[in-house]
Design a protein around this ligand. Sequence first.
Ligand SMILES: Cc1ncc(COP(=O)(O)O)c(C=O)c1O
Length: 382
Amino acid sequence: MTALFPNYQRFNFEIVSGQSITLTDNKQKQYLDLTSGIGVCNLGYNHPIVKTAVQKQLNLIWHTSNLYQSSLQEEVASLLTNDNGSKVFFCNSGTEANEAAMKLARKATGKSKILAFDHSFHGRTYGALSLTDNPGIKKGFGPLVPEISFAEYNSPAALKQITTDLAAVILEIIQGEGGLKAADGDWLQAVQAKCHEKGVLLIIDEVQTGIGRTGKLFAYQHFNLDPDIVTSAKGLANGLPVGAMIGKEKLAAAFGPGSHGSTFGGNPLAMAAAKAVLETIDQAFLDDVSQKADFCWYYLQKEIAVLPMVTGISGRGLMIGIHLDPKIPVGKVIQQLQQAGVLTLSSRGNTLRLLPPLIITGSELMQGINIIKNVLETMTVH
Ligand SMILES: Cc1ncc(COP(=O)(O)O)c(C=O)c1O
């Protein structure tokens, strides 16, 4: 008997501790983690720098309110923006960051329409859910927020839908929940150019792709883009709840005193963790992620792409989707991998999703891929 709402479909074991990239369950079984708690614990579990920073802050104070100055929020904002004049609003999750982005875009432009894309995922509160293209998770919750339309992701045809009456366009650089589809650089540039031409704000949701996941702090930086608003969460505080909306300086006036807020947003423990994370993920760390990712993609192509049940591999950096033949249900693969001591995720379209902690080594990646190969080889396509 459970006193919890049944909204999560849970596996029948509990993770009780973690060290580096190894997790231990309530029966003392150990797992190689290729999930990072869904893209959150990018520095693994029990990271000493993050832990020490949080412990230190715990001894000072763990909550005041946003009625007072916060030098920790200032420091994290400065790390997130590289002091380029952009402004940051802190909240507690990805969905809240997208809510803030949507509110800011509407208020700053005086327009209400927003364009999102097919198979997008932006969160589950009303605004973010309305920007999400997944009928299954919207069913029964209507009416949703009006004035939102959808275009085909990564398609030139979508450009026609970017018109002057839009407040904003919102997109992910790689669709994390939507099947690990990655947008082309040319298309992203064309979307940005059309937004500029039509006076439309460009919002990039970096909740899953950000904080080093693809080898840059934010995935849009691979393409030299200059979004008006960026949203972040997940890996930002390595497991303490946090969200952030980063907006250009020109938008600051629309978020004047009293316009938006959050009791817990910018909480000192979350900020101490975020500061430690951002100071750790420096250029050398990012270069190391890229190098490991290059090896990982080489090894995936060599060992996994050639298997008969694998129809393709997509993603970038350490954000990987292995697309499986429909006859091999991804749920079954995930369970068999659990038995073999590896934790993985799924994504749309029978995709096995890997989001390993960014501190994983090349040989641990190889070990994980070898186990995935062995498990897939036991499952035949009929
Ligand atoms: C791209 C993207 N945006 C937003 C969210 C929502 O974040 P949260 O679950 O923290 O509200 C997610 C969560 O998976 C995500 O992947």
